[in-house]
Design a binder for this molecule. Structure first.
Ligand SMILES: [Zn+2]
Ligand SMILES: [Zn+2]
Length: 453
């Protein structure tokens, strides 16, 4: 097995990548990556590595103060010409067509690289701008708040609908941990929330591999395990804003993006906990409401999922029960549920489920048979991958992380909808797919409701 977890960044970024026994070739488009104290000074070196010389620097008001000003000074000192656009602060900066339109119209076409200074939203917008303007993109991160720094997609909103748009990803990522350590505490919590999700994503990736035969790479999974372990060991340091502890989070987040690029799927970084966040956002965007940071939502989704897996450990799958529930499936009631929860975007869910055939009796029954035949192995996977839930609550409490949806103003009914629709919105097999195929989703939902009140 390739030992990614012990490789340096330089080795991980090897331009010709790695042929892996999993059957895939693992490589990333990232050419320059620095995480550490004072590494903001490497911006000129990063531009040189990318073969570019005239950056279009993008910031918002906060990130300009946090790091943009320094970036501009460094460029001036190095004699590198640049153009600068700072969002004016009159509107919240969203990852939507409005902001991407502003950037497209403000873009200086003499520039040969987009240099984003910021975290989630600026990162998503700059990857999109680089992609549409056909320029490489480089990022100076200001907060360890989400795992998109090294990923080749942007979470965008278009005409009020949340969607993932694939692009080229950044070619350079610079995370100065002295700057990141000064980010607002809720952004540090968000990064932690997005990282504890990786326990679940790896567990569900393995379970899916066992049940559906989906592609899985142990070397990539192991890289993520090592990254999460490092973060769990850094809780006190995060609280004290120690740059090295914050650096462990930043490293984990960047490695998650790398793991997704390596495996060409989001599996190493996202499981059911991300579906909670996704559905909460879909529902709330349609109502014109915006929610807490992605990583905070995912952290709450993760805590709920740890509880759900405690429940799953205790169930006893019964094939005859599964057969009975599958035979009694009511497609009209399911259609009505999807229409009620997803409204204008229900059509996408119908199309995806039709294509995957995941509601069809033969598909569900085949899954149920596999699950029952391999239940002990599934329990072993859960046992091996899931953390001690008491340790997770203790860490969340120390950091002041919200652990329940009501703490970020998400209702019990929206969360119940998110649970029972979590397996509908994507084909990728997760724990609720397994409960659905076993005919146990309604019982699990009863247990789940008890967590929310
Ligand atoms: Zn592999
Ligand atoms: Zn995430």
């Amino acid at each position: 097995m390739l030992n990614f977890k012990n490789m340096s960044f330089e080795e991980l970024l090897k331009p010709d990548g790695y042929d892996c026994p999993c059957g895939r070739h693992h490589a990333t488009a990232v050419k320059f990556l620095k995480i550490g104290r004072g590494v903001i000074e490497t911006v000129p070196e990063a531009l040189k590595t990318l073969g570019v010389s005239y950056p279009f620097v993008v910031c918002d008001q906060n990130t300009y103060r946090a790091a943009g000003e320094r970036v501009v000074e460094i460029l001036k000192r190095a004699g590198i010409p640049y153009a600068l656009y700072v969002f004016d602060g009159a509107h919240p900066v969203m990852p939507s067509e409005r902001e991407l339109g502003i950037l497209a119209m403000r873009f200086n076409h003499s520039c040969d690289v987009v240099l984003g200074v910021g975290s989630g939203v600026i990162n998503d917008l700059c990857k999109m701008l680089g992609f549409t303007a056909n320029r490489p993109c480089a990022i100076v991160g200001t907060a360890p708040s989400m795992d998109g720094y090294a990923s080749n997609s942007s979470a965008m909103e278009l005409e009020g609908v949340k969607l993932t748009i694939y692009n080229n990803g950044p070619e350079a990522v610079i995370c100065d941990t002295e700057i990141m350590a000064q980010a607002p505490m809720r952004m540090l919590r968000a990064g932690f929330g997005d990282m504890i999700a990786k326990y679940i994503s790896i567990c569900e990736w393995r379970i899916a591999h066992l049940i559906t035969g989906e592609y899985y790479c142990e070397a990539v999974a192991d890289m993520m395990r090592a990254a999460v372990a490092k973060i769990m060991a850094s809780v006190d340091g995060i609280l004290a804003r120690d740059p090295d502890a914050v650096g462990a989070v930043a490293e984990g987040l960047v490695l998650s993006g790398l793991a997704m690029a390596y495996s060409n799927v989001s599996r190493p970084a996202s499981g059911i906990e991300h579906r909670f966040s996704h559905i909460w956002e879909m529902i709330n965007i349609a109502r014109g409401r915006s929610l807490e940071l992605h990583g905070i939502q995912v952290g709450i989704g993760s805590m709920l999922t740890f509880e759900l897996y405690e429940y799953i450990r205790k169930i006893k799958p019964d094939l005859q029960h599964a057969r009975d529930v599958i035979a009694a499936f009511d497609p009209a009631a399911w259609d009505a549920k999807i229409n009620r929860v997803f409204g204008a975007v229900a059509g996408d869910v119908f199309a995806s489920v039709k294509k995957s055939r995941q509601n069809e009796a033969d598909v569900r029954l085949a899954h149920a048979e596999t699950i029952c035949a391999h239940w002990d192995e599934i329990l072993d996977i859960i046992h091996a991958e899931m953390p001690d839930i008491r340790v997770m609550y203790a860490a969340a409490q120390k950091l002041g992380m919200p652990v329940r949806p009501c703490e970020i103003d998400v209702s019990t009914s929206d969360t119940m909808d998110a649970l029972v629709c979590s397996h509908d919105i994507r084909e990728r097999y997760i724990c609720t797919s397994m409960l659905f195929d076993l005919g146990l989703l309604e019982e699990a939902a009863e247990f789940f409701r008890g967590l929310l009140d």
